[in-house]
Write a new protein. Structure first.
Length: 325
């Protein structure tokens, strides 16, 4: 007998510690993302011009990073629209994985930018050009203010979504990079050590590498259908097998459909006089309360030689009975 514990839409987003369902909605996320995008685009255009005028790789790298920030927000907005589509036809989970693809793309952009900025910064360490320290400092300080505003906006969105978290990490890293660039501008202005500009770019690249790795790692776990982070399948199997009426656990699969949406399927064998329906309900409650999994599918059977069946009218009602095949 195969029974299903809960549909994935019943309570998805509540009670599983991923930030969903706590005042966040797709419409509010879109507003925060859109406002942050406007701030970034306005400042990025000015920074490109100033970076070229100041001959600063740190400012140009910041502008390039801001371009990826803007792209990550646009991608996040598209992913929110796609993931909100209902399940239909062949797409039985809808388009919920769109946000994970968006997060993976954000991680890849970090990797590409790290390569470019590292190469250019090393070249400038070897042959440092003359850079305009005061112009770098003033522009970077303005960038800190703009990015602080954008970071605040995105912090109010649902960061439990890996998609939104990817955009947030872009903005946060850009804020750090402006702080490093401002420090480099001050050093160049005071000491005339022009290599400080390249050093700041290397600091930015290191921060980007850290965030890019985290995004790719988390997106990869979901795309390769690994168990949710922090959940050990062996522990889950042991908890299910500890039920008094369960004799065996087989074919256990636990994965994440999208951020905050863990899922489970498992074949459970019950002792001959066990109540399949009751066992299924109790196991579903167990994985929900202890492991925060709401979308769970259980195939529940009796031990070999005994079969589950639903009693018909001739049996005197709708209770669960057992018998030989």
């Amino acid at each position: 007998m195969t029974t299903k514990s809960r549909g994935h839409g019943h309570r998805h987003g509540h009670g599983h510690g991923h930030g969903h369902g706590h005042g966040h909605s797709a419409s509010s996320d879109r507003r925060y993302l859109g406002a942050a995008l406007g701030l970034l685009l306005a400042f990025m255009a000015a920074e490109v011009v100033i970076g070229i005028m100041a001959n600063s790789i740190a400012l140009v790298s910041d502008a390039g990073h801001m371009l990826t920030d803007a792209a990550s927000i646009v991608l996040a907005l598209v992913a929110i629209a796609l993931s909100g589509r209902p399940a239909r036809g062949a797409y039985t989970f809808g388009w919920k994985r769109a946000e994970i693809l968006s997060a993976a793309f954000n991680g890849l952009t970090f990797v590409l930018l790290v390569g470019f900025f590292t190469y250019e910064a090393i070249h400038r360490l070897i042959e440092p050009p003359t850079v305009a320290g005061p112009l770098i400092l003033s522009t970077a300080l303005a960038g800190v203010a703009f990015n602080a505003g954008a970071t605040w906006l995105l912090s109010r969105a649902n960061r439990g979504s890996l998609n939104v978290e990817g955009a947030f990490q872009h903005i946060l890293n850009d804020l750090y990079s402006f702080v490093a660039t401002a420090a480099a501008g001050a050093v160049v202005w005071v000491t005339h050590w022009h290599r400080a500009d390249a050093v700041a770019a290397l600091v930015v690249a290191a921060l980007m590498a850290k965030s890019g790795w985290a995004l790719l790692r988390d997106a990869g776990r979901i795309l390769f259908e690994a168990a949710p982070a922090g959940l050990e399948p062996a522990e889950l199997a042991a908890a299910l097998a500890a039920h008094a009426d369960v004799t065996e656990i087989q074919d256990l699969h636990v994965w994440t459909v999208t951020s905050g949406f863990p899922a489970l399927s498992v074949h459970v064998t019950v002792r001959p006089d066990g109540d399949c329906h009751r066992v299924r309900r109790e196991l579903a409650d167990l994985v929900h309360e202890r492991f925060h999994i709401e979308h769970s599918t259980f195939q529940v059977d009796h031990v070999p030689g005994r079969a589950c069946r639903i009693a018909g009218p001739a049996d005197g009602g709708g209770g669960l009975r057992t018998g030989t095949p």
